[in-house]
Structure formats: C-alpha cells, structure tokens
Ligand binder design. Structure first.
Ligand SMILES: NC(=O)c1ccc[n+]([C@@H]2O[C@H](COP(=O)([O-])OP(=O)(O)OC[C@H]3O[C@@H](n4cnc5c(N)ncnc54)[C@H](O)[C@@H]3O)[C@@H](O)[C@H]2O)c1
Length: 273
C-alpha cells in the first residue's frame, strides 16, 4: 500500500543488477511512493543485467556510470539534474564488489591490486559520488544519501574478507561527508547495515548459506529481507528522518545486539541438556 511518501522527490539509484538486488526493490518502492529517479550501474553490469526491464516499469531513465570513474560520475549528476528537472533529493549507494572474494583469495593471501579495487568500488565510490555531486550542487538542500553496508565492518566474519575493510571505510566516509554536507546544505548521509540477503553480491561470499542461517537463528525478528530494506531506505529518504545523519543504522532483525539464542545454544548442548 503506497503512501506517497516520496511524492515530488527526485533521486538517483545505483546498483540494480537483477530482481534480487536490494536496489531493485528500492527502485520499485520509490516508484510506487511517487518518486522520479535515474537508474545507474556500471556499463559492464548493464550488459549482463536486466536494468532495462526495471527502467520500463518505473519509467526511469538509465545513465551508465562506473562508480570508480570521476568523469562518469560528473556526467551522471549533471544529466540526472537535467533529465529530472532539478537537483536530486535522494541518492542510494548500493555498490559492492571484491575481486579477491570473487577469485577465492583469502585475507592472508590478498592480491593488493584487487584489494585496491575492492576499496575503490565498494567504498571510495561513495566519496567520489558525493564529491562529484557537491561540486555541481546536484543534491538538493535537505536531501538524503543512503549507502548499504554490513556488520563485518564492526565484527569479524572471516569469509567476508577484504569487503570488511571496504565497509569500515564506507562507514567512515559516511560520517566525514555527513558532517560537511549537513553543515553546508542540511543533507543527511547514513549507512544501513543490512542482514545477509540472497543477491548476486551476497551469495558470492564463501559459505553464504551458513552466514545466512546463523544470522537468522541469531535475530529475534529473523533476517530482514530485501523488500524490508527498501522500506527502511525510503523512510530515510523521506522528510520524517530530517535530523538523522552520520549514522550506521542496523537493519538486521536484532542480530547486532543479540548475544545468543536458544536455537544457537542447542547446537552446543549435550543430550542431557
Ligand atoms: N546481499 C547481502 O547479504 C548484503 C548485506 C549487507 C549489505 N549489502 C550491500 O548491499 C549493496 C548492494 O548489493 P546487493 O546485495 O543488492 O547485490 P547486487 O550484486 O545485486 O548489487 C551490487 C551492485 O554493485 C554494482 N557495481 C559493481 N561494481 C560497480 C562499479 N564499478 N560501478 C557501479 N556499480 C558497480 C553491480 O553491478 C551491482 O549492481 C552492496 O553494497 C552490498 O555490499 C549486501
């Protein structure tokens, strides 16, 4: 049931690769809630992805941009402002990729060129986006930026590998830009720390099934699905959260503050209990 929560708002949504993508769900909901937005993804992902389908159903223009390429990002913001008829009110950063994870290199045997790529694609890209946007005033006063992150930034999940370092950097960039954009333009910048979710990026992590099941058993509300993550992102894009900024907000069914649950304990109890 739509509420017109984003009626009249303009935005940019990155990272919609296929129907499983969290960004895909955000785009569908933002459309239902009255927003107009540009969809963007890396040119290579667009060839493989199904973004055209989403663009049709949400009536969104598509502007390709590699999030590690400053010229692409400058073009993205300039063209978005033009096509949408004004500065954007919200931006979703939903971008993550680690060549080390993809190619099975462990944390104690990282390829450093790939490590740089992990940090650039998954974290510095947020800095690059905000720097490009800020230079041309492409985000409206009172706007809202949300980037998606994972709790491996705070706690060790060994198979999350160098993505953990990227998420820690992403969360720090969120605070650093959040301060500046808040002070100068009343723009909010936050991260949403999402439960494990069955997407292309998620399932690329070694042992993802185990990750997913453990988190579910450790969360009083269970793992948060992608659709619920989209709802939370929209709440952050809306005017109801105008004073929330520079936060890492857990959207994880309670996982981050749960010590143990009977379900997990049961796996370690002797037969007598
Ligand atoms: N799936 C999970 O379990 C989970 C949990 C917490 C946080 N997240 C985060 O959510 C975000 C979205 O991931 P997802 O799970 O929807 O998976 P996804 O694979 O659908 O999305 C990742 C997106 O990043 C894009 N991307 C990669 N390199 C890029 C580049 N150079 N330029 C522009 N875009 C690029 C991909 O094309 C893809 O669309 C990521 O930041 C991810 O780390 C995911």
């Amino acid at each position: 049931m739509a509420h017109g929560l984003l009626q009249g708002k303009r935005g940019i949504i990155t990272g919609a690769l296929n129907e499983q993508s969290i960004a895909w769900k955000v785009a569908e909901l933002a459309h239902a809630e009255g927003a107009r937005f540009v969809l963007t993804n890396a040119p290579v992902a667009m060839r493989m992805g199904e973004i055209k389908k989403l663009a049709d159903t949400t009536k969104a223009p598509v502007i390709p941009a590699d999030a590690t390429n400053d010229a692409d990002l400058e073009k993205l913001f300039n063209e978005s402002v033009q096509q949408l008829g004004g500065p954007v009110d919200f931006v979703l950063h939903s971008i993550g990729m680690s060549p080390n994870v993809r190619k099975g290199r462990t944390y104690s045997d990282l390829n450093y060129e790939w490590y740089k790529q992990t940090l650039d694609v998954s974290a510095m890209s947020l800095h690059r986006m905000l720097q490009a946007a800020n230079k041309v005033d492409a985000i409206a006063k009172g706007g809202s930026v949300v980037a998606l992150t994972y709790i491996a930034a705070q706690r060790v999940f060994p198979d999350y590998n160098d993505m953990a370092d990227a998420k820690a950097l992403l969360e720090s960039i969120t605070r650093s830009w959040g301060y500046r954009l808040g002070r100068d333009k009343k723009i909010r910048v936050n991260t949403v720390s999402q439960s494990p979710t069955m997407t292309t990026a998620g399932t690329g992590i070694k042992g993802f099934d185990g990750f997913f099941g453990f988190a579910n058993a450790m969360s009083p509300l269970g793992n948060a699905p992608a659709e619920a993550c989209a709802e939370y992102c929209l709440a952050l894009f809306s005017d109801y959260t105008r004073y929330v900024t520079m936060q890492n907000l857990f959207h994880d069914g309670g996982f981050s503050t749960t010590g143990v649950t009977p379900e997990v304990m049961a796996k370690f109890m002797s037969a007598e209990g």
